[in-house]
Design a protein around this ligand. Structure first.
Ligand SMILES: [Zn+2]
Ligand SMILES: [Zn+2]
Length: 304
């Protein structure tokens, strides 16, 4: 089942020739989720062929411009392009009034339902739940209230191959029983145990997004056990003081979060434009954690 993330922007603060501000699109089981929406995100979606109308949920981490200034454009374009499907936006409490004021000023009456849900910035909260996925928001440690997001697949039932179904002439009710871990009696009177036909499903995968945050023990707790961790690394250790003062992280601190949370892979992003070479972030992080990848505009990462 598909579980991948496309990076639309991974630069800190203002857009540069090298990086766009933060935004990424997750495709989980063919559902698209937009996380943060910095300036230029629509252009990036066009460029990287993201099907915008298929985005039904947007998650905004905080009110710094590099994480949400593209949102109004996205909302407007959806309207101009004839969207009818509902759009739900999860974000800081201040977001709703800002969006409504802009719609009012331009006398825009959206043709599609828009719901803006305020996140609680102090606690871990389940904000989305469907049959195969849960999304949590959780507090980060930044200059203003900021939430990270954790996307968690639900555990799947075991699989039974077509060959097994044919060999034992299983009927649908027996298949359900076996998948639920119960033995069944076949037509010939023989019992059949689940372990004889069931194959273990893939273990559930998860993706954690830590947009802007200082290093924090609490963040490690919040992302504990995630499969892939995206963590900001605005600075290198040489600027550790600046990182602390501005509530951002260094590459080494991001790697420490990955290592201590038991993540399988770390994706670094939110790079400050003061550094000429992004490879330096990777080098520094690798002193603490082995599996490090650098975000880049247009990169697509599969969550294994
Ligand atoms: Zn930022
Ligand atoms: Zn910020």
């Amino acid at each position: 089942m598909i579980f991948e993330v496309t990076i639309l922007g991974c630069g800190a603060a203002a857009p540069t020739g090298k990086h766009n501000p933060s935004a990424q699109v997750l495709n989980i089981h063919d559902k698209l989720f937009l996380m943060d929406c910095g300036e230029g995100s629509q252009m990036q979606m066009r460029k990287f062929k993201v099907k915008m109308q298929r985005i039904h949920e947007v998650f905004i981490s905080h009110m710094h411009g590099d994480h949400y200034l593209g949102l109004m454009g996205f909302i407007s374009s959806m309207h101009l392009l004839g969207r009818k499907a509902k759009l739900t936006i999860y974000g800081p409490q201040e977001l709703k009034a800002i969006v409504e004021m802009q719609l009012k000023a331009s006398q825009t009456f959206l043709e599609y339902p828009l719901e803006i849900i305020a996140l609680s910035p102090d606690e871990k909260q389940c904000i989305y739940d469907d049959k195969s996925l849960r999304v949590w928001s959780f507090p980060l440690k930044h200059r203003i209230e900021t939430c990270g997001f954790l996307f968690e697949e639900k555990a799947r039932k075991p699989k039974i191959t077509k060959e097994s179904i044919a060999r034992y002439s299983l009927i649908p009710s027996q298949i359900i029983q076996l998948k639920n871990g119960n033995a069944v009696v076949l037509e010939n009177g023989q019992p059949l145990k689940p372990e004889e036909v069931c194959e273990e499903p893939e273990p559930p995968k998860s993706y954690a997004y830590c947009s802007d945050t200082a290093f924090s023990e609490r963040v490690i707790e919040m992302v504990m056990g995630c499969t892939t961790l995206y963590h900001e690394s605005t600075f290198l250790e040489s600027e550790a003081e600046r990182a602390k003062a501005t509530f951002h992280s260094t590459a080494k601190q991001a790697a420490t979060v990955a290592q201590r949370s038991g993540a399988k892979r770390l994706i670094l992003g939110h790079f400050s434009s003061r550094y000429a070479n992004d490879e330096d972030f990777k080098k520094e992080a690798e002193t603490v954690f082995k599996t490090v990848t650098l975000a880049n505009e247009g990169s697509v990462f599969t969550v294994h």
